[in-house]
Ligand binder design. Structure first.
Ligand code: ATP
Ligand code: MG
Length: 407
């Protein structure tokens, strides 16, 4: 199998993960490249040239590590322009023997996506949740079943065309072909959430630098998605202002000493803070730092909780919440989330990998690894032929997407 590239263009860093499926059917990581992002704000591109430069550097570094060259990349998309909604479609099984084939499934998913989409938006995903054949509901795979009426419930994710075009332009400007686009938390879930958790009911929360992406799975299918414009950068900004220290120092202090919950920090613990304007560094209690971080993180958790309540599915999340993304690396993040949301919370790390898996063993890589895994799954299904090369009439070919997401 030719190597595949998962390209995560995040607000703070751009990361390229090259990998393939090995002989043991495991996803093998063969190259990783990370470069700071300069052209992004809250998950969307605000400068194409700078974004292209970050992409080029990240992929080149990954190529160097992998010892091979790649031509195209599968990219993630986020930003508050992304919206999710549920929809239903119904078709009659018109063929003579009344057996449901791929054709009927394709027709019913097309019928389900016949919702009114504004001209400035495009469908990113049509994720099937469940099918009903005649009166039998809760069917995951109706192919081969007999019936007269097929109904599909789907979750449709749409995004603003301009933002999608800017991603494609940036990838192409960096000298690579755009392969496909995946909503970030759907990719992250691919890397860190198990199928069992998806069946039980789980919320995947990817806390990045400038966005927090949420997707809820129930009975194996996605049923709610949302993007909040908040992330680790907001915590760092508060520290920078609160301790009167430059953003870069605040970032360093947060990563080294930061904690989201006051009770977890020993009252006698001290730390050193660099000052601005050539003044000497100061020594402070670590609890003073926690007092700045705690309310901001609690506020973020409340906003995430509000989304879970808004979805109407919070009470059904038997597998609780999986937090991932760089923001989840803050000490006390799990405790802060559990306090506010009152559900079991765990950190999601990329798993079930071979090769250079230690290079991607932190939550910041969930998205990049998830994109790679998504790409490999689609390619494997297509029998080694890329399902994603052709670009359709829209920015992202709608018919092609149902094939990708139905699997
Ligand atoms: N050890 C750490 N402790 C606390 N926060 C951390 C740590 N390491 C990284 N972070 C934070 O994680 C954030 C970056 O996370 P990530 O790389 O997932 O974001 P991104 O993908 O660039 O952005 P986004 O997904 O929002 O577009 C930064 O705000 C950074 O401060
Ligand atoms: Mg991210």
């Amino acid at each position: 199998m030719d190597p595949i590239v998962g390209l995560d263009i995040g607000t703070t860093k751009t990361c390229a993960v090259i990998g393939c499926l090995n002989d043991n059917n495991q996803v093998e990581i063969i190259g990783v490249g990370v470069c700071p992002s300069n052209g992004m704000k809250n998950g969307v591109i605000i400068n194409i040239d700078n974004t292209a430069a970050s992409i080029e550097k990240a992929i080149e570094d990954a190529e160097m590590m992998a010892g091979c060259e790649v031509t195209s990349a599968l990219v993630g998309i986020s930003g508050s322009h992304i919206k999710g909604e549920n929809s239903k479609g119904v078709v009659a099984i018109a063929n003579r023997n009344r057996i449901i084939s791929h054709l009927e499934v394709k027709r019913v998913i097309e019928a389900a996506q016949a919702v009114v989409i504004p001209v400035d938006r495009e469908i990113l995903h049509v994720l099937s949740r469940e099918f009903t054949v005649d009166d039998q509901s809760g069917i995951k795979d109706p192919i081969g079943m007999t019936g007269v009426r097929l109904e599909a419930e789907v979750h449709i994710v749409t995004g603003a065309i301009t933002n999608m075009q800017n991603i494609i332009k940036s990838v192409e400007k960096a000298g690579y072909h755009f392969q496909d686009m995946v909503f970030n938390p759907i990719a992250s879930a691919e890397a860190v959430v198990s199928q069992d958790e998806k069946e039980l009911g789980v919320a995947l929360v990817d806390i990045g630098g400038g966005t927090t992406d949420i997707v809820i799975y129930l009975e194996g299918g996605a049923c709610y998605s949302s993007v909040l414009s908040l992330g680790g950068i907001h915590v760092t900004n508060d520290i920078s202002i609160g301790l009167r220290t430059p953003f870069e120092s605040a970032e360093m202090i947060k990563n080294k000493y930061g904690c989201a919950v006051l009770d977890l920090v020993d009252a006698s613990e001290m730390m050193e803070v660099p000052s601005v304007g050539g003044r000497p560094p100061r020594r402070l209690f670590r609890q003073e730092l926690t007092q700045i971080i705690e309310p901001r993180v609690a506020e973020m958790m409340e906003m995430i909780d509000h989304e879970l309540i808004k979805s109407g599915k919070k009470g059904m999340l038997a597998a609780g919440i999986v937090v991932t993304g760089g923001g989840s690396m803050l000490d006390g993040c799990v405790e802060a989330a559990e306090r506010v949301m009152n559900l079991p919370v765990r950190i999601g790390l990329p798993k079930d990998l071979a090769g250079l898996k230690d290079r991607v063993a932190t939550p910041q890589f969930s998205n990049g690894v998830g994109l790679l895994k998504y790409g490999i799954r689609i390619k494997t299904f297509k029998g080694g032929k890329s399902a994603m090369k052709q670009r359709g009439p829209g920015v992202v070919n709608r018919i092609r997407k149902w094939i990708n997401d139905y699997l």
